[in-house]
Ligand binder design. Structure first.
Ligand code: FAD
Length: 297
C-alpha cells in the first residue's frame, strides 16, 4: 500500500512526488507519457530553466523526484479509481495499485480548433498563451482568434507583443460597431468568417484562409483551445463539480472525496504555466503529508 498514488508526471505530479520523498512517505507516480506541451520544443518563463525543452525539463524533474527512497514511477495509463472506506484502488492498463491517498495531477484535456492543418503549426508558430510564447511572436503579423468572451480582452493583450493583428472571430458572431471602430483606429484587420485552413512550411505558418474566400499573410497565430477535466478514469467516482465542470476543491486541493486531491492544471481547470503547476504540486503535497502525519500521530 502506497501512501499516495499521483496520477500524472508533469511538473505538478513530480514536484509533489519530490515533496512526498522528502516527507519520508511512499509515492507511486503513474504517467501516460503524453504531456500537453509535447508539441513544442521550448518552454519559457520558468526561472533557472527558461527555454528548456519539455523533454529535458521532465527528465530533470523525474531524476530529482526519483532520487528519493520510496518514490517510483510507472509509465502507464490510469483507467479507473475506486474508493473504499480505508483506501483507493487505482487500475491501470497493466496493473492495480492501492494507496491511502490519491493526487490527480493529470493536467487538462485539450481540444484544438477545427482548422485544416492546425496541428502542423501548433507549438511552433501557433500558440494560445502570450505569457509562454508572446515574446517569440513579437512584432510578427499575427492572427488572433477570439469569441464574444475574449474579443475585448485578447486583442488588447496581444497588442503588447505585436500591433500587426488580424482579429478572427471564426464565425462565432458579429463584431460590434464599437470594436470595429477600435480595431480600425489601432490599425488591426478583422474577419468574421470561419477559418478554414492554415498553410506554411516546417511548422512556420504563412497564411490563413477563410470561408468567405479571402486569405491573409501571417507569421503566427494566437488560437483558442478548449480545456476540461472530464477524464474517463474519474467516471466511477462521485466527485462534486462546479458550474464550469471544474472539480470542486478547497485551497489545499482537497476534493469532495476524502483522501482525493487535485494539483496543477487539474485543480485550476485552466491552462497555466509550468512554474504554477510545480509550485501548486508542492503546496498540495505538503498539505496531504500533513494529513497523513496527523492520522498516524
Ligand atoms: C503548446 C504549448 C506551449 C507551452 N509553453 C509553455 C511555456 O513556454 N512555458 C510554460 O511555463 N508553460 C508552457 N505550457 C504550459 C505547460 O505545459 C503546462 O502549464 C504544464 O505542463 C502543466 O503541468 P501539469 O503538471 O499541471 O500537467 P501536465 O504537464 O499536462 O501533466 C499531466 C500528465 O498527466 C498525464 N496523464 C493524463 N491522463 C493520464 C492517465 N489517465 N494516466 C496516467 N497519466 C495521465 C499526462 O500524460 C501528463 O504527462 C505550454 C503548453 C502548450 C500546450
Amino acid at each position: 500500500m502506497y501512501d499516495v498514488i499521483i496520477i500524472g508526471g508533469g511538473p505538478a505530479g513530480l514536484s509533489a512526488a519530490l515533496n512526498f520523498g522528502r516527507g519520508l512517505k511512499t509515492a507511486l507516480v503513474i504517467d501516460a507519457g503524453e504531456p500537453r506541451n509535447k508539441v513544442t520544443d521550448e518552454s519559457h518563463g520558468y526561472l533557472t530553466q527558461d527555454g528548456v525543452s519539455p523533454t529535458e525539463f521532465r527528465k530533470i524533474a523525474e531524476k530529482d523526484a526519483l532520487s528519493y527512497e520510496g518514490i517510483s514511477l510507472e509509465r502507464d495509463r490510469v483507467a479507473n479509481i475506486e474508493k473504499t472506506d480505508e483506501s483507493f484502488t487505482v487500475t491501470t492498463s497493466k496493473a492495480q495499485y492501492n494507496s491511502r491517498q490519491v493526487m490527480l495531477a493529470a493536467g487538462i484535456r485539450e481540444r484544438s480548433p477545427e482548422i485544416k492543418n492546425f496541428e502542423q503549426f501548433y507549438g511552433t508558430s501557433a500558440f494560445y498563451c502570450p505569457w509562454c510564447d508572446g515574446y517569440e511572436l513579437r512584432n510578427r503579423r499575427l492572427a488572433v482568434m477570439v469569441d464574444e468572451n475574449s474579443i475585448n480582452h485578447m486583442p488588447m493583450l496581444i497588442s503588447n507583443w505585436s500591433n500587426d493583428l488580424i482579429i478572427c472571430t471564426n464565425g462565432t458572431g458579429k463584431i460590434s460597431d464599437e470594436n470595429r471602430e477600435l480595431f480600425k483606429n489601432k490599425g488591426f484587420k478583422y474577419n468574421e468568417s470561419v477559418i478554414t485552413e492554415l498553410n506554411g512550411t516546417d511548422g512556420e505558418v504563412d497564411s490563413i484562409s477563410f470561408e468567405d474566400g479571402t486569405a491573409e499573410k501571417i507569421a503566427g497565430m494566437i488560437a483558442m483551445m478548449e480545456w476540461d477535466t472530464q477524464f474517463d478514469f474519474l467516471e466511477s467516482l462521485d466527485l462534486n463539480r462546479g458550474e464550469k465542470g471544474e472539480i470542486e476543491t478547497d485551497q489545499f486541493g482537497a476534493t469532495s472525496i476524502p483522501g482525493l486531491f487535485t494539483a496543477g492544471e487539474t485543480k485550476t481547470n485552466f491552462a497555466g504555466q509550468l512554474i504554477n503547476s510545480a509550485a501548486n504540486g508542492a503546496d498540495v503535497a505538503k498539505f496531504m503529508i500533513m494529513m497523513l502525519i496527523q492520522e498516524d500521530y
